[in-house]
Design a protein around this ligand. Sequence first.
Ligand code: CP
Ligand code: NVA
Length: 302
Amino acid sequence: MTASKRDLLALSDWDADALLSVLDRAARLKSGQDGGTPLAGKSLAMIFRKSSTRTRVSFEVGMTQLGGHAIFLSDRDSQMGRGESVHDTARVLSGYVDGIMIRTFAHEEAVEIARHSSVPVINGLTDLVHPCQILADLQTVREVLGPELRERTVAWIGDGNNMANSWINAAVRLGFSLRMACPEGYEPDGDILSRGRSEADVLLVRDPAEAVEGADVVTTDVWASMGQEEEALQRTEAFRGFVVDEALMGRAHAEAMFLHCLPAHRGEEVTSGVIDGDRSFVFQEAENRLHVQKALMVELMV
Ligand code: CP
Ligand code: NVA
């Protein structure tokens, strides 16, 4: 096993300089200032135990653009789906590829893959966190509002889910203010939240209007994440007052951006007027998945 290999399992694993260096590199890759094929001859294994459109396509295209190759592995056609252990899978893949991306349910499974592989592991979403998405969101914020993230206030509305947890991790590292409005019983992870409260300017309230007051960025996500489909009805009830609509956006800064990791449910967590409106940057945000992940792969796999 290579002692020096680096993984990205959660944003809290990396310090501010390392995260900003990914964002700076992503900007150079996007503008064409950086180019070439630094991953020529290299391969990425992509383990998907949950569905994906953006993550799969952006990692695969990113590898192609960097001169490498990506291999899609789903439960349907890999031995993991038939119960082969994480330990054995990690050891075997490490003999073939130069990096592993994993999207799965339990965060501990991604940690296990990283523990037993000798190549870098990137978290493409777990039930706990979604670090690549927040990097893309931060790149979008920098592009629209300017590079200094410390001055910004981000409002999170809705479920205290993997996206919410990663926003807290980012606030701890990068020093922006985070105002979260979540219904009772749907708070972010307890350990991540208490760290956010003690080490950063993170506030949890119950009233979405209070959270968005003067915010520079307003962001939300679906009410039922992958794996929570059976709770959908109960969640629709619990999140009734947490729709991001025009009235709520009106309380934020006049130039506030709207972000959503997608896929979105128009008419549930966000109105069409907001997500399709002129303060929405969701498609720029989705495109930025490609640029930040290319930057990440260059940092980890060259
Ligand atoms: N935002 C995001 O991760 O999208 P996918 O589920 O389509 O990958
Ligand atoms: N919170 C959502 C994000 C999807 C990209 C989920 O985990 O399903």
